[in-house]
Write a protein that binds this ligand. Structure first.
Ligand SMILES: [Zn+2]
Length: 70
């Protein structure tokens, strides 16, 4: 199965019944862990998001999730 996409989709379909797959361990991730990076991760005030299964980093983001306490 290829994950290549040659064209951007023109529509966004909400699939609340599907869980995303981790690109690293390919496990279903109904939730994503996040924490403030520290140490060598010290990238400003951004948050790091990671897989709850393999704990590999999925990405970084600013503080925009409302459920994350300041
Ligand atoms: Zn994973």
């Amino acid at each position: 199965m290829s994950t290549q996409t040659s064209a951007k989709p023109s529509t966004v379909v909400r699939r609340e019944d599907l869980d995303p797959l981790c690109p690293h361990c390919e496990a279903e991730i109904p939730e994503i862990y996040t924490r403030k990076p520290k140490g060598s991760f010290g990238i400003g005030r951004a948050f790091v998001f990671f897989c709850p299964h393999c704990r590999k980093v999925l990405g970084f983001g600013a503080q925009w999730y409302p459920f994350i306490p300041g």
